[in-house]
Write a new protein. Sequence first.
Length: 116
Amino acid sequence: MINEDKRRITITLNNNQYRNLQALMSEDEQTNLTYYFIFLIQQEKKRREEEMVNRKKPVGRPKKETEEEDTNLYPAPYKDGGAYTKNDWIAWYEFRGQDVPPLPPPLNAEELKKYE
């Protein structure tokens, strides 16, 4: 014999909700209110599981989630400075409240050796 825990609940419906429930019960030819609530819960659970399985993917090519990161290093924005990444180079000007000039050409391998 299976030992099942049961809980007693009380549901309050307004007149319109109760009429809708009665209409559904008569449509499904049900007379037992408790059984019908269990039936509705199981039906909704099944519908949601099927919806998760049948969820359609969006049409078209998926959007790129992240921008390609710039891995180049650039000369420092001040004399005799080190190598800066693009974000650090821009941040240097923004921190000082200056307008950000166009990005200089990235450092090549020979110039990078100078900073190591």
